[in-house]
Design a protein around this ligand. Structure first.
Ligand code: DGI
Ligand code: FE
Ligand code: FE
Length: 203
């Protein structure tokens, strides 16, 4: 039995409300892999997709317990509860399922992104944002933008869509006056510099 099959079995046994979303991420990530990074193995996509939100339904208390058990500090001194699940899922991916480091990193950075993301990290990050079951306006907007760029043949469709999604996420976080993780900022500025260094001058 492949590791991704075991994760999937354990995930379905937890009866999480997020199965539909997770299946959507798997399907979308496979499609993005076929279009943009053909050398990534099926099994890596499956492991990262089925594991990425494995702990999402756990209570904040359980997340904090898990983090402390793994010796990991919570982000924003515990104020950014939405970020707990990426760290706990990545830690479990390593400790419980012995997944490869590349896959654990795609799980770890699926919520914030980071500078210099690998293709696998980009694919899981974007698939999580635009999979077909997402109905939030920003997700629909990024999904449409990605498709438009891809259909136009833009070789940077993946990166441009991620850049746009990071801007929307940061805007939303600022509006709510939430803690912003440094990796979210680094990811956004990494792509900002990629696209604007040559043709955009700040006032
Ligand atoms: O777990 P999902 O809902 O599938 O998606 P996700 O893991 O991408 O989580 C999305 C949430 O994470 C969304 O509410 C915004 C939040 N988020 C992303 N970056 C940051 C953040 N929250 C804080 N406080 N700080 C961040 O930098
Ligand atoms: Fe998540
Ligand atoms: Fe998700």
């Amino acid at each position: 039995m492949e590791k991704s099959e075991i994760i999937k079995r354990d995930l379905y046994a937890q009866e999480p409300r997020r199965i539909k979303h997770i299946e959507g991420v798997y399907e979308c990530a496979m499609m993005l892999r076929d279009r943009h990074a053909g050398s990534i193995p099926d099994e890596y996509i499956a492991e990262a997709a089925y594991m990425h939100d494995f702990t999402k339904e756990y209570s904040d208390e359980k997340q904090l317990e898990l983090l402390s058990g793994y010796g990991i500090e919570p982000d924003g001194e515990g104020t950014a509860t939405k970020l707990f699940h990426a760290k706990t899922a990545a830690a479990m991916a390593k400790a419980v399922y012995a997944l490869p480091d590349e896959v654990c990193d795609a799980i770890l950075y699926h919520t914030t992104g980071r500078a210099n993301m690998t293709d696998l990290e980009k694919i899981i990050y974007l698939a999580d944002y635009i999979e077909k079951n997402r109905t939030f306006i920003d997700c629909v907007d990024v999904r449409d933008t990605y498709l438009m760029l891809y259909e136009k043949g833009d070789p940077d469709a993946l990166d441009r869509a991620i850049f746009y999604s990071l801007d929307l996420t940061l805007e939303d976080l600022l509006k709510k006056s939430f803690y912003i993780h440094p990796d979210t900022v680094s990811a956004r500025n990494w792509l900002f510099l990629k696209f604007y260094r040559k043709d955009h001058i700040n006032d």
